[in-house]
Each structure stands twice: as structure tokens, then as C-alpha cells.
Design a protein. Structure first.
Lengths: 492, 109, 629
């Protein structure tokens, strides 16, 4: 039946969408919370289910008529990369909902409704096989986030949201221009619509010369670079991460930045191979510089949230650089790292959220000695922090090892410079661990309590994922092998 | 009659209208001046239509009648405009007891 | 036979299970149970290692790697989770589990004053360390080795900062980790280089594919590997973390920072000896760095007043000797010195721990003195350790160090004389330590004197075992001249080709060294006894001695050259580039739009007349354009 009437990609998009709209109708705050958690778990089950079915069901481009007169259709499909990232999206939301289950939000139905809508948008982005649909979901994922930040954020939320909005929207528009330009050059589908087509297969068939590709490359790249973000398009990120409500920050940093990377892999790389080969060293240079730049700033940060934000910029920089090396090793490394980074950073945010909830402080210098009061939290955090600095046997090591290896093959000096950030990462992460968790307790941390059962369970889940993917990464490589192979075919 | 006379009259009426709009401050008079401009255009349209009917457009009568249809349109639009505009002016007067446009610079904010 | 070797995975599994059990149950386990689990897991590993040794002993060829599962298997990169058990590994397995077990046993008493959950935590970390160390030496490719390599660094970090309320300790832990990371970057780059050129990190594949590497490649790769080794094995320029690492509990210093982890660099180079043999430039660099480190650390050790710091610098110095041996191509001599050093340095550290225990936590040797009658077992074992490290004839230290010196002599005479000076300094600072601690009058407080006691059995038994090993452990490699046979280097032969000494003057040189050693030791003994077996000792130094006591100010130099500029750049990026630069630009666009709209807004006067006038002017302009242009 599955595959005949409805397929996994459709389920993954429609279920959160409907669930999100439904949440707006629920009156009681507690029941909407439970509903959101329940819905996200169902989504997780759907996503797990998608692993057990053959590629054919998922990858077949399911098309509804959508905007026929424009040549756009509701074409969705799941390849290995899509399945990995939809799984990340699906597993992240229950984790986020459980971790923040004790939080009280004003107007909870709108909050959870928007969260679920954003999940639907993310799923759509990872499944879309049609450029216009992709753009549509891209915005669908972002717009709820604007509302979440501006209504439930911190003190300077309006300013931060505005910056975030202007940055990302400017990027989106550039991308839209690019999409329309490519659309104009697709072959006209006389027998179907009499119009050009937005379908990915038609996009890939477009022949563009070097100059056109270069322009389009930069239009798309800026859009995706803002989302990732890559230096120097990153300054929205620390502000937004700091001001957004933590559960939104988790979505933003855990999954949404992957949208940028995913988009590069799905659209930018295969569409403009000539331009990619022409401009790759500039992009890699920017990424590598951004890694060191962000790491150095992270060392000087006193604000926990901003520290994690800059650390994330450094990690994303490596992934972006590895994508542009265009080697099998590098791309496979990016695949596993997209997943790992999502898990790890959500774990970090959970810990920071727990600390901030209890102490009301997010300044590193004001905390200290938490390890006395909360040993379980400390151990779990330590594992996550070590995964953040890519210690072997944690999930991040495999990805970083492969990405560095690929970068080294591409250019020794880029790899060496980027390697410095491994050292710097150890500096800022251990600094943070030391100042927040070790040492003696002070007035702020005097009354910190250890985490309760549900928080322990959720952090343990993260830790287990960290170790399992760190020790047995092979299934993920097998999953994304086809995507990588077909990507590399575009480069001959 | 020579078409030039109609054109001249139209120009005259239109100029009076423009100057009136520019220099008067009473909203009702400005309003009347606008009507004057519209009517000068109407006059010109009718004059040309007549001219075309007699002269070059002999073979295609629509060229002549089109202009006259336009005149009706303009009159209808003008009537609608008057009803709305006068209503606004009346409301204005009720509120501020004046129809002086310089007194009404609140559009600024 | 191969079937037996395939189940070697049990060796690291024991400590791992020990770690998991003691770690997860730390709040529920009573102390003796936690200690029992931890010790027995290591002991089981030791038994298994002994069995492996017994099997490997009869293997003459180089056994193949054992493949367990695919770790990374993608289009271009194939790395398995492989173990490789050969002669070199089995030697290290014995050292790690054997010395490791003794130190675990010692710890049960040494740490007994800790709270229950801390006690269990301590043992879980220690077990984890042994697990990673075993992984390091058992790994069948460089990646598995690197996993262990980083893992032991992590455990070192955790154990140095074990008393985490003290921020100095935490700083020491962090420093150790970061210094190691710098080295690890070198290691990683070497791996990437290998992957780029050979396409594999397997020991066997690399050795087979060595023809694909140019001389430049081999030199580069080996130098990068050596950079990794300088981090882990505390060589110039990355040695400064090791003395600071003494912040950890003393058994930790004995296990991690003397006997096992710091020798990982030597293991790695010996493991890659095929590569290194092809890179004469690297070998020369290793020899020089090793020699310089040996000398530098020895000079610093002379004027240290902290009992553990002296031993720490001594360790750095001895590691320098091992690298010197590797650098001159005497791989098996290096490994042999690793083994003897593991015995006597672990012994010295544990004995020092026993002293500290007796002195109620005091580590300053200027406040000790005359302890030999109070704690006789510790004294005797410590004395044996000192004799071994100083190279008293026919102790283990004498045999291993003389072998290194002879190899160095054959390589380069200048190195040899410098190395001899270093050896004399070693004897000097060790005797100074001995006399200040155990001779002369007691210089501590009355309370300390009152508390002085010999340590419990669990501590003295490991001391005695190690003392015996320190004395006789070298006999397996006793030179022919003295009636021995080089069993040890013969054993390692399948892995490391030993250089055959056919030097006719060899016997004479051995005798010269023997006599020289005896004379040197006698001189040092009398000199130090006169100066340091005293009732009062200042402990304040002036002039050049102060420079030495302050470790040549290397830490301060690093701080000024590396740390401060980096932080300054960080501040610059954060405050200037980020805030004024990028954000300034982005906000500047916003501000510009804001400003210009405020200016344009003035046109909207709200005067209807003005609007109409503008409209008319606009129409006129349109007309003019239409008509005349």
C-alpha cells in the first residue's frame, strides 16, 4: 500500500504540517505540549520506517500537479542523504521537546504549532525534487523561526530577529533570482504544460557556459553561505542563537544550518560543476579562514551561547570546505558529520539550557563548580564536549578525520591551517568545561541540582548515539554512498 | 469651425484649472478647478471626434465614436469622484470647521 | 595458534568492562569492591597478555593483522578495526598490564582517603586509561593507534585534573591536553599524507607501499609523526606539560606520566621503523631533539625542590635518551630502555608517593630529610630505584643506558660525550633527591614528624616487586662481555632488525664504560652526600641556579610568544573585525537606508498644495521629455 497511495517523503512532510496546524486548535497548554511530543515521535517512527523500504519507493519522484502552468510540480523523493537528514530532523524534535518539557511558554499552542510547521518545512527541503518546491519549503522552514524568535526570544529578540530576517531573506531572494534564471533556460515541456520546468532532472540537464555558471554560483552560494553560515556572512548567527528561545536555537543550529550544506550538495554542486571547479579555492579559503577566525573568537567569549555559536561556525566551515574538495572521502565525511554535528550541538544546547534555567546565568565567568552539585550532568556534558572537539570514538571524529583527509589531498596548506582549529577547539571547549564545571561552587551555582530522570535519559540517548556512530559509522556510509557517487559523476 | 479654436479654448480652460489648483487653498474651489480640467479634456475629445468624423476617418466610424464614448466614461468617473470627494470635504469641514488645504497637513504623519 | 590470537580482543575488554562497571556504579560500590573490580580486570588482562607473550615467543615471522570489522569503508578509504599482535606489542602489553596492575594495587591504599564515589571514579578513569593504552599498542593500523593515542591523552587530562576543585590542577590538565593536541595535529597530518600517497593507514600496506613515497614524502611524514611523538612523549618543544602534570595523584604520575603513556611516542616510531629508516634527516632530528631534551630536562631537574617535579624532569630526560637511541637507529635499545625505565621510574614515583603519604601530603624535599629510619621499606626500594636510574653496574638502568650510549658512540662521538654528561647529571640529581629526602636531619614540622609512618602492605608490595625488577630486569639483555645474551633484542628481531655489533673493540668499550660509571657514581655520591645530606637546607637559588630552578623560563616564553599573541588576535577579531568590521558593514547598510529615508521623508510635507505643484512639475517634465528629447 505504501508507495501506491502515499510514500514516505510525503508522509514526512504532511504529518508534521497537519500536526502543526492542528496544534493551533488545542486550547490547553499541557495537552498541546503532549500532542507536539506525540506527533514528533510519530514522525520519528515514519522516518525510521523509511529505512526499511527499498530505495525505489522513496526515491521515485512522487509528483502531484502543483503549479502546472509554471511547470512546477509537487515532486518529492528521498535518497540516502535525504533519508539521513530527515532522520536527523525527525530525531531532533522529540529530543528537543523532551529536553524542554518543563518550560512554560506563553501561548503554547502557537509555539508548538510553529515548531511543527518548521519541522514540516525542513522535511520538505530535504525531500524536494523541484526547485520551486524547494524554495517554498526553504521559506516555510524559516518563517516560523522568525516568529518563534521574535515572540519567545530574549531581551534583544526584535533586533536579533530583524538581523536574522534581513540576512536570510536577502539570501533567499538571491537564490530565487538564480532559480528563475536557470528555469528560463530549461527546455520547454510542450506536451505537459507548454512551459519551462522546475524539476531537478530538467535543471540538471541545463547547459550553461562558464560565465553564466559563475554568476549563478555566487547567487546560490551567498544564499547558502548565509544559512550555513560561512565567514563573512555569519554575524546573524551568534545574535540569533543568543536571543532565540533555546528550543528554537536547537532547531536552528542542529538542523537548519544543515539546510545550507544540504542545499549546496543537492543543488549548487551538481548544477554548476564548471563554476564550482573555478571558484572552489576561494570558497575553501573563506571556510578555512572562518574556522580559525571563529575559533579565536570563541576562545575570548564569556557568553556560553555565543561560544557554542562560534564553535558551530568553525565546524560548519570545515564541512563546507570538505564539500568543495569534491572527493569521495570528503563528501562521505560531510554526510556523517552533518548528522553528528546536529546531535552534538543539540546536546550542548540542552546542557546550557539546563544550566541557565537553574542559575539564570549564561556568563562563563560567573559559573563554577557545577560538577560538585551535578555530577551526572557533568559527565554527560563532558562526553558531548569531547565529541565537539572530535575525540576518537565519538561520532565527530570519523567525519572530521575524513574531511581533513580530503582537504589535505586538495591542498596541504589549507588542511594545516584548518588543523590549527582542532587545537583551538580543544582550548575553548576545555576552558568552558573547566570554568563552568570545575573549581569551587559560588553563590550562583550553590543551589544547582542534578538533572532529573527524563533529562538524564535524553542526554544519555545523545551520548549513546555519539558512541554508536563513533564506533560503527559504516551504516551511514552505506546509506549515503549512492548520493555521493552520483554527485561525483557530475564532476567526471 | 476651425479645430484650432477648440484647442485654444481647451488649453485656456485647462490652464485656468491648473492655476486654480495651484494657487487656491479652498478645497471646494480646487475641486471645481479639477472638474474644469476634466471638462477641457472632454471638450477636446468631442472636438477631435467631430473632426475625424468629417475628415480622414471616413471609412472607420469607430474612430469617431470611441472618443465620444470616452467622454461618457470621464463624466461617469468625474461624477463618482465628486460624490466621494465632496463627502470627504464635508467630513473635513465637520471635523475641523475649515476647508483650507494648508490647514490639513496631517498627511505628513 | 592464529585462533588464539584472534581472541586478543579480550585483553582490552577487561579494563573496558572494569571502567564501565566502576564508572556507572560509582555511587553504589563500596570501596573494596570498586578496587577489587578495577584491579582484577587489569590482572586478567595481564594474564592474557602473558599468554599472548608465550604464544608470540615461538612465532618467528611477523604475524598478520586481525580484522574485526570495517571501521571506515568508503570508495577511496578502507580502514578496518584491526589489531596487530606481534613481538613489539606483546612487550608493551606486558609492561602496561604488569606495571599497570601493580599501580592499581598501590592505588587501593594510596587513594583510600577519598570518598567512595570519587574512589570508584578514580579507578574507572585508571581502567579507561589502560583500555586506551592497550588499544594504542594493539592497533593494527595508524587510525586505531590514534584512537588509543587520543584516548590516553583524555585519561591523562581527566586524571591530572582529578582533584578538580583546584584550578591550578585544572590548568595543568588543560595544558597537557592542548600540548598533546598540538602533537596530535602532526600525527594526523602524517596520516593524511599517508592516505594521500599510499591510500591506506594499515601498517602492512604502508610498509608494502613504501615505494610509492618519494624521499620528500618519507621525510615529511616521519617528521610529522615525530611532532606527534614530541607531544605525547614530552620532548622539546612540547615537553612543558609533563612537569605540570604532576598535579595528578602520584600513582597516576607513575602509570601515565612515567611508565606507559609517555612512551607511546617511542612505540609509534618503533612501529614505523621501516618508514623512519628511510628518512635519515628525520632520524638525525630525532637524535638531536632527544639529546637536547635529555640535557635540558636534566639541568632543570638539578634544582627542583618538589620531589615529583624532579622525577618528572628526570622522566623527560630519560625519554630524551630513548629518542636518542631511536635517532641513531637502535630501535630495540630504545624499547629496552622503555621497559627498564618503566620499572625504575614507576618504582621511584610510587616510592615518592609513599614518602608523600608518610609526610601527610608534603612534596617539598627541603622540608624532608632523615626519613630512612622512619620508612625503611620505602627507603630501600627508593635507593634501588636511584641506583638503577643512575646506572649502577648491572642494574637494569645500567644495561639499557650503556647499550644506548654505545650505539650513540658508533653514530656520533659528540652526541656520545653530551649523553654521558647527561648521564652524570642524572646521577647527580637523583642522589641529591635521595640525600635530601632520606638523609640528614628532619626539616619538617613536628606534626609531620609525629605522623611519619611506613605505608601499608598494598603499597609496599608493589614497591618491592618493582625494586626487584629494577635491579634484575636488565639481565635479559646483558652484553656478551659480562656473560649474558641479548635475549630481548633477539625477541624483537621479527619487528625491528637489530644492528649486529661486530666491533672488535666492543668488549673494551664495555669495560671502559663500566669503570667510568663506577668512578663517576663514586664522585657524584661523595659530592652530593657532602652537600645535601644536611640538617638545614635553604631551597632558595640565585643567579644561574635560579634560571634552572625556574625551568629556563620556557613557560613564560611560550606564554609571551604563543599564548598572548593568539589571545590578542582573538580579542582583535572579536572586538574589531566582528563588531566594527562585519557587523559595522551590515548595520551600516541598515543605518544608511534609515538615514536616507529620513532625509527623503522631508519631501512629504503634508501640504496638499505642494504635492499638486510637484505633480504638475512632474507632468511638465514628462511632456518636455516626450516632445523635445
Amino acid at each position: 500500500m505504501l508507495g501506491t497511495y502515499i510514500t514516505f517523503p510525503e508522509l514526512l512532510i504532511w504529518f508534521p504540517l497537519v500536526a502543526g496546524i492542528f496544534s493551533f486548535l488545542i486550547k490547553k497548554d499541557d495537552s498541546v505540549k503532549t500532542w507536539a511530543l506525540f506527533a514528533s515521535i510519530i514522525t520519528l517512527c515514519i522516518s525510521l520506517g523509511s529505512f526499511f523500504y527499498t530505495n525505489d519507493i522513496n526515491a521515485s519522484n512522487v509528483s502531484y500537479e502543483w503549479l502546472t502552468s509554471l511547470g512546477s510540480s509537487f515532486a518529492v523523493g528521498l535518497d540516502g542523504m535525504g533519508r539521513l537528514l530527515t532522520f536527523l530532523t525527525a530525531i531532533a524534535f522529540p529530543i528537543i521537546f523532551v529536553a524542554t518539557y518543563n518550560n512554560k511558554y506563553k501561548n503554547a499552542k502557537a509555539f508548538y504549532g510553529l515548531m511543527l510547521l518548521s519541522q514540516a518545512g525542513l522535511m520538505g527541503v530535504f525531500c524536494a525534487m523541484d526547485a520551486l518546491l524547494f524554495y517554498f519549503f526553504w521559506e516555510l522552514a524559516l518563517i516560523p523561526v522568525y516568529f518563534l524568535c521574535s515572540r519567545w526570544g530574549g531581551e534583544k529578540r526584535i533586533q536579533a530577529t530583524f538581523k536574522f530576517f534581513v540576512y536570510t531573506f536577502a539570501g533567499s531572494l538571491l537564490m530565487l533570482i538564480g532559480i528563475i534564471y536557470v528555469y528560463q533556460h530549461t527546455s520547454v515541456r510542450i506536451e505537459e504544460s507548454g512551459f519551462h520546468s522546475f524539476r531537478i532532472s530538467d535543471f540538471l540537464a541545463v547547459q550553461l557556459n562558464m560565465q553564466q555558471q559563475s554568476w549563478l554560483f555566487w547567487l546560490f552560494f551567498v544564499a547558502f553561505a548565509i544559512k550555513m553560515p560561512i565567514f563573512p556572512f555569519h554575524t546573524w548567527q551568534p545574535d540569533t542563537y543568543e536571543q532565540a528561545p533555546t528550543s528554537t536555537t536547537m532547531v536552528l543550529s542542529g538542523i537548519m544550518v544543515k539546510m545550507g550544506l544540504f542545499a549546496v550538495l543537492r543543488w549548487l554542486l551538481p548544477l554548476f560543476p564548471l563554476a564550482v571547479a573555478r571558484w572552489d579555492n576561494i570558497v575553501i579559503g573563506l571556510s578555512v579562514f572562518g574556522m580559525i577566525y571563529a575559533s579565536l573568537i570563541a576562545i575570548k567569549q564569556d557568553n556560553l551561547k555565543r561560544l557554542v555559536a562560534y564553535s558551530s561556525i568553525a565546524h560548519i566551515g570545515l564541512m563546507c570546505a570538505a564539500i568543495f574538495t569534491r572527493s569521495d572521502t570528503g563528501l562521505q565525511g560531510v554526510m556523517i558529520q552533518m548528522f553528528s554535528h546536529g546531535i552534538n550541538i543539540i546536546g550542548l544546547w540542552i546542557v546550557i539550557e539546563l544550566l541557565e534555567k537553574q542559575t539564570g546565568v549564561r556568563k562563563i565567568s560567573e559559573l563554577g563548580g557545577v560538577a560538585h552539585k551535578a555530577p551526572a550532568l557533568t559527565i554527560l556534558l563532558l562526553v558531548i564536549a569531547l565529541a565537539n572537539i572530535a575525540l576518537p570514538l565519538t561520532n565527530a571524529f570519523v567525519g572530521e578525520f575524513m574531511m581533513f583527509s580530503s582537504l589535505f589531498k586538495y591542498n596541504v596548506w589549507f588542511a594545516t591551517a584548518a588543523g590549527v582549529s582542532i587545537i583551538l577547539a580543544a582550548v575553548y571547549t576545555l576552558n568552558m568545561v573547566q570554568k563552568v564545571f570545575y573549581g569551587n561552587t559560588n553563590a550562583v551555582t550553590e543551589n544547582v541540582k542534578d538533572i532529573n530522570l527524563s533529562q538524564t535519559v535524553i542526554l544519555s540517548v545523545i551520548v549513546v548515539i555519539i558512541f554508536v556512530t563513533g564506533l560503527f559509522p559504516q551504516p551511514i556510509f552505506d546509506l549515503t554512498k549512492d548520493t555521493v557517487t552520483s554527485l561525483l559523476l557530475r564532476f567526471g | 469651425m476651425d479645430i484650432k479654436a477648440y484647442i485654444g479654448l481647451s488649453i485656456l480652460l485647462f490652464s485656468i484649472g491648473i492655476i486654480g489648483v495651484l494657487i487656491r487653498r479652498n478645497a471646494i474651489i480646487i475641486f471645481m478647478c479639477i472638474e474644469l480640467m476634466l471638462n477641457s479634456v472632454n471638450l477636446l475629445l468631442v472636438a477631435f471626434s467631430k473632426m475625424h468624423a468629417l475628415g480622414i476617418a471616413h471609412g472607420s466610424p469607430s474612430l469617431a465614436s470611441d472618443a465620444q464614448v470616452f467622454v461618457f466614461f470621464i463624466m461617469v468617473v468625474a461624477a463618482a469622484e465628486v460624490s466621494v470627494g465632496l463627502a470627504i470635504i464635508v467630513m473635513m469641514y465637520r471635523n475641523v470647521h475649515s476647508v483650507d488645504i494648508n490647514f490639513l497637513n496631517r498627511l505628513k504623519n | 595458534m592464529s585462533n588464539v590470537l584472534e581472541s586478543v580482543w579480550v585483553i582490552p575488554i577487561f579494563p573496558l568492562v572494569g571502567f564501565i562497571v566502576t564508572g556507572l556504579m560509582r555511587n553504589y560500590l563500596p570501596k573494596h569492591l570498586a578496587a577489587f573490580i578495577a584491579c582484577s580486570s587489569i590482572f586478567l588482562s595481564f594474564l592474557a597478555s602473558a599468554y599472548v607473550f608465550y604464544i608470540v615467543k615461538d612465532v618467528t615471522s611477523n604475524p598478520a593483522a586481525i580484522h574485526y570489522f570495517d571501521f571506515i569503508n568508503t570508495g577511496a578509504l578502507h580502514i578496518g578495526f584491526d589489531f596487530k599482535i606481534d613481538h613489539l606489542t606483546s612487550v608493551f602489553l606486558l609492561i602496561i598490564t604488569g606495571v599497570g596492575f601493580l599501580i592499581h594495587l598501590y592505588s587501593t591504599a594510596y587513594m583510600s582517603e577519598e570518598q567512595e564515589n570519587d574512589y570508584a571514579k578514580y579507578f574507572s578513569y585508571l581502567n579507561l586509561f589502560v583500555f586506551f593504552m592497550l588499544l594504542l599498542v594493539m592497533g593494527g593500523n595508524y587510525l586505531i593507534m590514534f584512537i588509543g593515542w587520543e584516548g590516553v591523552g583524555l585519561c591523562s587530562y581527566l586524571l591530572i585534573g582529578y582533584w578538580f576543585t583546584n584550578n591550578n590542577y585544572n590548568n595543568a590538565a588543560k595544558k597537557a591536553f592542548i600540548m598533546n593536541r598540538i602533537g596530535d595535529l602532526g600525527f594526523l597530518l602524517a596520516l593524511f599524507w599517508l592516505i594521500a600517497k599510499v591510500g591506506s593507514v594499515d601498517f602492512a600496506t604502508v610498509n608494502a607501499g613504501i615505494a610509492k613515497l618519494s624521499t620528500f614524502d618519507v621525510t615529511g611524514i616521519t617528521i610529522l609523526f615525530f611532532v606527534g611523538a614530541t607531544g605525547k612523549s614530552a620532548q622539546i618543544p612540547l615537553y612543558t606539560w609533563l612537569p605540570d602534570a604532576m598535579a595528578g595523584p602520584t600513582p597516576v604520575s607513575a602509570l601515565i606520566h612515567a611508565a606507559t603513556m609517555v612512551t607511546a611516542g617511542i612505540y609509534m616510531i618503533v612501529r614505523s621503523n621501516v618508514l623512519f629508516s628511510l628518512a635519515p634527516i628525520t632520524m638525525e632530528i630525532i637524535a638531536v631533539i632527544g639529546l637536547l631534551t635529555a640535557l635540558l630536562a636534566a639541568t632543570i631537574a638539578i634544582y627542583q625542590n618538589d620531589i615529583k617535579k624532579v622525577l618528572a624532569y628526570s622522566t623527560v630526560s630519560q625519554l630524551g635518551y630513548m629518542f636518542l637511541a631511536l635517532g641513531v637507529g637502535a630501535f630495540s635499545s630504545g624499547v629496552f630502555h622503555v621497559m627498564t625505565h618503566a620499572f625504575f621510574k614507576a618504582l621511584l614515583f610510587l616510592a615518592a608517593g609513599s614518602v608523600i603519604h608518610a609526610m601527610s601530603g608534603e612534596q617539598d624535599i627541603t622540608k624532608m630529610g632523615g626519613l630512612r629510619k622512619k620508612i625503611p621499606v620505602t627507603y630501600i626500594t627508593f635507593l634501588l630505584g636511584v641506583l638503577a636510574i643512575a646506572g649502577f653496574p648491572f642494574t637494569s638502568g645500567f644495561i639499557s643506558k650503556d647499550e644506548i650510549l654505545l650505539n650513540v658512540y658508533n653514530h656520533n662521538k659528540l652526541y656520545f660525550y653530551l649523553a654521558v654528561i647527561g648521564a652524570v647529571m642524572t646521577a647527580f640529581y637523583m642522589f641529591r633527591l635521595l640525600f635530601l629526602t632520606f638523609f640528614g636531619g628532619f626539616r619538617g614540622t613536628h606534626e609531620q614528624e609525629h605522623h611519619l609512618h611506613e605505608s601499608p602492605k598494598a603499597m609496599t608490595i608493589p614497591l618491592i616487586i618493582l625494586a626487584v625488577l629494577s635491579v634484575i630486569g636488565g639481565l635479559v639483555q646483558l652484553p656478551h662481555v659480562f656473560g649474558g645474551h641479548p635475549y630481548f633484542s633477539e625477541f624483537l628481531n621479527p619487528v625491528v632488525k637489530t644492528v649486529e655489533h661486530t666491533d672488535p673493540k666492543l668488549a673494551m668499550k664495555e669495560y671502559v664504560l663500566l669503570i667510568g660509571t663506577i668512578i663517576g657514581l663514586a664522585v657524584v655520591y661523595f659530592f652530593t652526600k657532602k652537600n645535601y645530606a644536611v640538617n638545614k637546607y635553604e631551597g632558595e637559588y640565585h643567579g644561574f641556579k635560579k634560571v634552572l630552578a625556574n625551568k629556563w623560563y620556557v613557560d613564560e616564553m611560550y606564554d609571551a610568544i604563543v599564548v598572548k599573541p593568539l589571545l590578542a588576535v582573538g580579542t582583535f577579531f572579536k572586538n574589531v573585525v566582528e563588531k566594527s568590521g562585519i557587523d559595522g558593514f551590515v548595520n551600516g547598510i541598515g543605518k544608511a537606508v534609515n538615514y536616507s529615508s529620513r532625509q527623503v521623508r522631508l519631501l512629504q510635507s503634508g501640504q496638499v498644495g505642494a504635492y499638486v505643484l510637484l505633480m504638475v512639475i512632474g507632468i511638465l517634465i514628462l511632456f518636455i521629455v516626450q516632445l523635445f528629447l
